[in-house]
Design a protein around this ligand. Structure first.
Ligand code: NAD
Length: 293
């Protein structure tokens, strides 16, 4: 049993902390939102009124927060309170530069650190089947592994500080681009009088196959579990896709990489969000292409 402080108990952090409790760990949680903290308490998390209360005697601290600035602020406070040798794991999706800064802060304080963003969404968080992409020293990774294995099914050590965030935004840039490609193909198929099922049967078993068509098909019918069959309720929201695409473009700019399709995908999801669709599943962008036509 490990004594864990879990900071940020929202849509993802709540179910992840609940799985740590179920596995027998002693989890103290803190969140700025009172209702979120109450909901976590109902799953067995011990609710702390202030951050320092959650941190007392913690062997590991996990953060699951919205953005880089939140992580840097919270880690600054954490590092003032915890003893040397404490393991800090950040599972938020944040920019690579902030992730590296957070590692450097932990290093200066004599603590171990890991960036370990996830994919798999709220369903994966609840089921304990997330994929973790981790960046940090081998010692930090091995220390975190038993906890990550409770919350996830696949745990990949991607490299040094920031490598987990790098893998996350590269993967999600592929996803954003591939979803747009699949949506364009279905809209073109509609114009050409091709049925959704016929295009799916061909493309899902041919060179067009990818996760966006085989598992998450953006039209209702061919893949019954895809959000297209449920009025595009997320799933993975267009707002989160836009966030990750923008992070990929920030990283491309600061590293000097050329990502023209990533840039175009970020523009298109920006337009889709401006039209009021941020809360819908990201595959609903197919409707924007129908309208543009
Ligand atoms: P969320 O908004 O539901 O949860 C974030 C929580 O952090 C909120 O409850 C908020 O009150 C709390 N918080 C903010 N600042 C705080 C502070 N200073 N101290 C304590 N608590 C604070 O967001 P989420 O959907 O759980 O996402 C969390 C992270 O996971 C994000 O970085 C997101 O990009 C990433 N992510 C989300 C999904 C998803 O499907 N929701 C999937 C993969 C990754």
């Amino acid at each position: 049993m490990t004594r864990i402080a879990f900071i940020g108990l929202g849509n993802m952090g709540g179910p992840m902390a609940a799985n740590l409790v179920k596995a027998g760990h002693d989890v103290f949680g803190f969140d700025l939102a009172h209702d979120v903290l109450k909901a976590a308490e109902a799953t067995g998390v011990k609710a702390a009124n202030v951050l320092t209360e959650a941190l007392a005697d913690a062997e590991a601290v996990i953060t699951m927060l919205p953005k880089g600035q939140h992580v840097l602020t919270v880690w600054t406070d954490i590092l003032r309170s915890v003893p040397k040798g404490t393991l800090l794991i950040d599972s938020s999706t944040i920019d690579v530069d902030s992730a590296r800064k957070a590692h450097a802060m932990a290093d200066d304080a004599g603590c171990l650190s890991l960036d370990a963003p996830v994919s798999g969404g709220t369903g994966g968080a609840a089921a304990g089947t997330l994929t973790f992409m981790a960046g940090g020293s081998p010692e930090s990774f091995e220390g975190a592994r038993p906890l990550l294995e409770v919350m996830g099914r696949k745990i990949v050590h991607c490299g040094d500080a920031g490598a987990g965030q790098a893998a996350k935004i590269c993967n999600n840039m592929i996803l954003g681009i591939s979803m747009i490609g699949v949506c364009e193909a279905f809209v073109l198929g509609e114009k050409l009088g091709l049925s959704h099922q016929a295009l799916f049967d061909v493309a899902s078993t041919s060179s067009g196959q990818c996760w966006s068509i085989n598992t998450y098909c953006p039209v209702p019918g061919p893949v019954p579990t895809s959000p297209a069959n449920n009025d595009y309720k997320p799933g993975f929201s267009a707002a989160l896709m836009l966030k990750d695409l923008r992070l990929s473009q920030e990283a491309a700019l600061s590293s000097g990489a050329s990502t023209p399709l990533g840039a175009e995908a970020a523009q298109l999801y920006g337009l889709f969000e401006k039209q009021g669709n941020g809360g819908r599943d990201f595959s609903a962008i197919i409707e924007m292409f129908r309208e543009l036509a």
